[in-house]
Design a protein around this ligand. Structure first.
Ligand SMILES: [Zn+2]
Length: 173
């Protein structure tokens, strides 16, 4: 098993996990016993973290294939027990998938900025696309002030730079 402490030292990984499972989830990873597999109740007990929080974290990790379970049936009672272990070795894959998702959002946003002309209210700052502004006769629908063309070139270029640098760090060239 990959050592949790070592993994959490990587800033990109720590930031990703914090977004995904929040501080309490990170605590579970830090305190997760190094060897073996455990039920959610055993984990709550061993880590002193609230059972609901433990379950929530485990399922969130499971969705990203960062945790997995084995189901055991008690032959007398018929009860099922789920025994969990972490799969932190899958972090690079999960992280790359998340980056691809972010990259796709950047692409969409960049296209939107590129394909639209924008109009901005000089009074309240409301920003509309050309078509939206035209619907209101270039009068702000919030405060009725005149709307003027807004140059989004700087924003567009910044988006493009960010998208390109991310794409190249993901090996898209
Ligand atoms: Zn306005």
């Amino acid at each position: 098993m990959v050592a949790a402490a070592e993994i959490l030292e990587q800033p990109a990984v720590a930031a990703y996990l914090l977004r995904l499972i929040k501080q309490e989830g990170l605590l579970l990873i830090e305190r997760f016993p190094a060897e073996g597999e455990f039920s959610d109740e055993e984990l709550a007990e061993a880590t002193k973290i609230n059972l609901n929080s433990v379950r929530h974290t485990l399922y969130t990790l499971y969705e990203r294939r960062l945790a997995e379970y084995r189901r055991i049936k008690n032959n007398e009672t018929g009860w099922l027990t789920y025994l969990w272990r972490l799969r932190l070795d899958n972090i690079p894959v999960a992280l790359a998938e998340e980056m691809e998702t972010i990259l796709e959002k950047l692409r969409t946003r960049e296209r939107f900025e590129e394909e639209n002309d924008f109009y901005r209210c000089g009074q309240c700052g409301l920003l509309l696309t050309f078509n939206q502004a035209m619907d209101f006769d270039f009068c702000c629908p919030e405060c009725a002030s005149a709307m003027a063309h807004f140059d989004n070139e700087i924003l567009f270029l910044a988006l493009r730079r960010r998208r390109e640098s991310m794409a190249s760090s993901l090996g898209h060239g």
